[in-house]
Design a protein around this ligand. Structure first.
Ligand SMILES: NC(=O)c1ccc[n+]([C@@H]2O[C@H](COP(=O)([O-])OP(=O)(O)OC[C@H]3O[C@@H](n4cnc5c(N)ncnc54)[C@H](O)[C@@H]3O)[C@@H](O)[C@H]2O)c1
Length: 309
């Protein structure tokens, strides 16, 4: 991404280099990056939301708008809060303007080589004092950090989807992460109103490991014809008071992400309980990645459509 085109003007006219507030630079304007940007902007941080193309960055900003509009409709924030948050965000293509950031949160796709290559670039361009965080949900933070010169600055800050509604953040120190980086990550998460749990850097940490088995088991039941997808989801919702069924949730997470995570758990533990259900692999091969592509286990004709009930 070096040598990328000029920065895109988003909703803010502020030159990030002149900002006195802490600036959060979010790498990857997808589902999670846009949610993290929305939450940070809502809590007064100056935010740069970055992606590899202008189209993707603008789509990320649109997702931010939709999330904030949803929070206004739910009366969680006022229209004035939403407007102030939008003014706190600008967009970028590539990492050129990362030199103004105090906190970098990487939310690019869940692929180790991609994240390693990004962290090399991030370390080379971000200020030496900036916290370097990854939102990985399963990859070893230690492996991501292993390619940079100072892995002590790198920490996992694992947000949940949808970021504005989910109260938990899981912090994952890699083997070399310094306590100051963990403390800074905790302060950042708590300023966003999140509760923090700390997990050792083992595959899937606490939450992803637990969730992946649940989603995969539901997919296996569908594969084996145990019940229809609707009945599987209804069973979890009404039987266990889960707010969403596991197949709906897999669609929300993104089936490509869910599959990559299961593969990471399989590689990390070599335990057959993490063997991804073939249905999941087929849907990903077919480009049916869930809500973000309009079809996964369910079909979503429009972005506005509510999950199946
Ligand atoms: N989806 C979830 O529910 C969820 C929850 C917690 C954590 N995570 C983690 O968050 C990360 C992002 O997941 P997501 O669901 O937002 O993915 P996503 O596919 O929605 O978004 C990824 C974004 O990164 C962009 N991107 C790709 N290569 C890039 C690069 N080199 N530089 C900058 N941007 C790049 C893509 O264009 C895309 O906009 C992953 O590590 C995932 O495991 C996801």
């Amino acid at each position: 991404m070096s040598g990328s085109p000029a920065p895109v003007q988003g909703s803010s006219e502020v030159d990030p280099r002149k900002s006195v507030r802490e600036r959060v630079f979010v790498v990857g304007a997808g589902i999670m990056g846009s949610g993290i940007a929305a939450e940070a902007a809502l809590h007064g941080y100056a935010v740069t939301l970055e992606d590899i193309t202008e189209e993707f960055a603008r789509a990320g900003l649109e997702r931010v708008r939709q999330a904030l509009d949803g929070a206004v409709r739910a009366k969680a924030i006022t229209p004035a809060d939403r407007d102030a948050a939008l003014r706190n965000i600008d967009l970028a293509i590539g990492l050129r303007r990362i030199d103004a950031a105090q906190i970098v949160v990487e939310a690019a796709p869940e692929r180790l080589e991609l994240k390693q290559s990004l962290f090399r670039e991030i370390e080379a361009s971000a200020p030496g004092t900036a916290l370097l965080a990854t939102n990985t949900s399963s990859l070893p933070v230690t492996s991501i950090a292993s390619v940079v010169q100072d892995p002590g600055r790198v920490v996992g800050i694992h947000f949940f989807n949808p970021v504005l509604r989910m109260r938990l953040v899981e912090i994952i120190p890699g083997i070399s992460t310094r306590p100051e980086a963990v403390a800074k990550a905790r302060t950042f998460a708590e300023r966003l109103g999140k509760s923090v749990v700390v997990s050792r850097d083992t595959p899937g940490f606490v939450t992803t490991r637990a969730l992946s088995v649940l989603l995969n088991e539901a997919a296996w039941m569908l594969y084996e014809g145990t019940a229809t997808k609707e009945d599987i989801d209804t069973a979890y919702k009404l039987g266990f008071n889960h707010p969403m069924g596991p197949l709906e949730l897999a669609d929300l997470v993104g089936l490509d992400t869910a599959l990559s995570i299961l593969d990471v758990l399989w590689d990390g533990f070599k335990d057959p309980k993490y063997r991804a259900c073939p249905i999941l692999r087929s849907l990903v091969q077919a480009g049916k990645l869930g809500r973000k592509t309009g079809e996964g286990f369910y079909r979503y004709p429009s972005a506005e459509e509510k999950p199946p009930r």
